[in-house]
Design a protein around this ligand. Structure first.
Ligand SMILES: Cc1cc2nc3c(=O)[nH]c(=O)nc-3n(C[C@H](O)[C@H](O)[C@H](O)COP(=O)(O)O)c2cc1C
Length: 192
């Protein structure tokens, strides 16, 4: 069984990264293969005009960039965790651009009657912020839920951590670290 962690923060070793690692550790402890991808290190451009109506022969984006690595990994995994910091009241740009690039799945389904992601998987969401604003987490969550619908991931668990501002802050919160571990356990223990 494989779990894919997607880190949408530009800060390596920061709060998002630390909590995502905890969740992936729980998956590994249960015998799962865990892989993490760092969106900020990938070559992914925002949607372009052709994405409104065009897909390639696989029904995926006609833009040739690292999104194709992500499509493949999402197809192969049994569970996914999307992790993002709150930026300006919602997801980071890195995370949102990646999600927008799943538009090809919508085009395939509604314009070409072709289902691209057919396997049911489990999905989790980690979100961190400096301020305590529930609405910011809810903004981010509604977008992630849209993604999960498109890739057939069941929204199985979430972790929202506020009061994290400096890079190392997550390490000062054993409760958050424990919750991240629990999230990883939960996502890998239920059949989607
Ligand atoms: C561009 C930018 C925008 C941000 N916007 C918000 C915000 O709207 N609300 C908030 O509470 N924190 C905001 N923050 C703070 C981050 O969410 C916070 O520092 C978080 O812990 C960063 O997580 P990371 O260490 O994983 O990158 C922002 C930070 C940056 C760099």
């Amino acid at each position: 069984m494989k779990i894919l962690g997607i880190n949408g923060s530009p800060r390596l070793g920061g709060n998002t990264d630390t909590l995502l690692d905890q969740s992936l550790k729980a998956a590994k402890d249960r015998g799962w293969d865990a892989e993490k991808i760092i969106l900020n290190q990938m070559d992914i451009i925002p949607p372009q005009e052709k994405e409104y109506y065009e897909v390639n022969e696989e029904g995926l984006s006609p833009i040739e960039d690292d999104m194709h690595i992500i499509y493949q990994k999402v197809k192969e995994c049994d569970a996914i965790i999307v992790a993002s910091p709150v930026f300006f009241g919602s997801l980071s740009a890195q995370t949102k651009i990646m999600i927008d690039r799943f538009q090809c799945v919508w085009v395939s389904k509604y314009l070409l009657d072709k289902d691209i992601f057919t396997k049911k998987i489990a999905g989790g969401f980690i979100c961190v912020s400096a301020a305590h604003r529930k609405d910011f987490f809810q903004n981010a969550k509604s977008i992630v839920r849209n993604l999960f619908k498109v890739i057939k991931a069941k929204y199985t668990g979430e972790l929202f951590c506020h009061g994290l501002e400096e890079k190392e802050d997550a390490h000062k919160h054993p409760d958050f670290l424990d919750s991240a571990y629990e999230l990883g356990k939960k996502i890998t223990s239920k059949k989607p």
